[in-house]
Design a protein around this ligand. Structure first.
Ligand code: NAD
Ligand code: GLY
Length: 361
């Protein structure tokens, strides 16, 4: 088993990574709470709820099973979780445990951050995306009709239990979506990881346990280090949003229905690479290398059903708009990223023209 620590003083916590952690009481030994509310969904609960309950021993356990999907990451469902905590008279020393992907994790974490002004929270991520990204770092929240993740809070988990064997049941489309966030880490700070991915993508797509274990560990290391230095995204953490301003616009322009988050991030990473080339920062060859890697991972790089104008409209409500200027994360080279609001508008126009299409038929 690998144990990484997110170094945040009194809010620091371990990330446990191994195959088969669920079902072992030892995985949750450091959890002091006697009362636990498990939040999961209709897909994941039948697969892993029993194993999780087994590992919680004699604790009082209550479950909330939400409908599956991004469309259910709502304030109403968050309120449902709070209602169950209240109805069962859970006290401040309880724990909320998220069992599932990023949707369940973000929503359950937000409920934990609000209930009695904050109770303990545990992440048990079961998608690749959640294991490499969303379960670590304490960003929690829900969507609003006006935009994705518009409501939320920073609330660090007390523990992350990352059982890599849960990926055995993950559909391959979801696996590919998680790879987008792994490619992101390579692009922002680890050129060696990019080379490794180019060589091992076949094994990753085939769910080879060693290859998956490697990218999960490396991704969590990178995220833990960045979050440890910049918990509240005052600086460096913003680099983790590479490709996300474009990606969030794709998701919201298509009403969160056609694209998985990771797929939109994949296209967004390709746009960020094109934009970096348009700004004269990286070469044609490097931009092409990024596009090829994203395609090798089975992710889209083009967005034919969204027009450039629609993209711009949706990018403007992004949380990274500051003082009316849209900030973007760009690449100085493959393995180094920076945030800037200082770029030629024509470069953005050319980037969107190169990746977007005529709109929905
Ligand atoms: P998801 O939670 O919707 O899970 C994807 C699908 O896989 C769902 O249908 C789910 O039920 C199913 N599933 C989960 N685990 C499974 C398993 N082991 N076997 C079979 N099916 C399984 O999506 P996601 O990609 O995990 O997360 C996306 C969400 O995460 C978005 O809402 C995004 O905004 C959020 N996110 C948050 C952060 C953060 O830092 N908090 C970072 C990135 C993304
Ligand atoms: N996924 C971006 C972040 O956690 O900051």
């Amino acid at each position: 088993m690998h144990t990484l620590n997110v170094e945040l003083g009194s809010r620091g916590y371990p990330i446990l990574i191994d195959a088969g952690l669920l079902g072992h009481a030892q995985s949750f030994a450091r959890l002091a709470a006697r009362d636990a509310l498990i939040v999961s969904n209709t897909t994941v609960a039948p697969l892993y709820m029993a194993a999780l309950r087994d590992s919680l021993g004699s604790r009082r356990v209550v479950e909330v099973i939400l409908p599956d999907g991004e469309a259910h990451k709502t304030l109403a469902n968050m309120a449902r979780v709070i209602d169950v905590l209240v109805a069962n008279r859970f006290a401040r020393d309880c724990a909320v445990i998220a069992l599932g992907g990023g949707v369940v994790g973000d929503l359950a974490g937000f409920a934990a951050s609000c209930y009695q002004r904050g109770v303990a929270f545990v992440q048990v991520p079961t998608t690749l995306l959640a294991q490499v990204d969303s379960a670590v770092g304490g960003k929690t929240g829900v969507n609003h009709v006006g935009g994705k993740n518009l409501l939320g809070a920073f609330h660090q988990p007390a523990l992350v239990v990352c059982d890599t064997s849960t990926l055995a049941t993950l559909p391959s489309r979801e696996l590919r979506a998680g790879l987008a966030e792994v490619i992101k880490y390579g692009l922002i700070c680890d050129a060696a990881l990019l080379g490794w991915l180019e060589e091992h993508l076949g094994q990753l797509l085939g769910k080879a346990p060693e290859a998956l274990g490697h990218v999960i560990l490396r991704s969590c290391q990178i995220k833990a280090e960045i979050v440890g230095r910049d918990e509240r995204e005052q600086g460096e953490r913003a680099l983790l949003n590479l490709g996300h301003t474009f990606g969030h616009a794709v998701e919201s322009a298509t009403s969160y229905k056609e694209w998985l988050h990771g797929e939109a991030v994949g296209a967004g990473l390709s746009m960020a690479a094109t934009m970096s080339r348009e700004c004269g920062l990286i070469s044609d060859e490097d931009a092409e290398r990024v596009r090829r890697l994203i395609e090798l991972a089975g992710l889209p790089t083009q967005v034919p059903t969204v027009t450039p104008d629609q993209m711009l409209e949706h990018m403007r409500i992004d949380k990274k708009v500051l003082g009316g200027r849209l900030r973007l994360v760009l690449l100085r080279r493959l393995g180094e990223a920076f945030v800037t609001a200082d770029y030629p508008p024509e470069a953005l126009a050319r980037t969107l023209a190169a990746h977007c299409g005529e709109g929905a038929p």
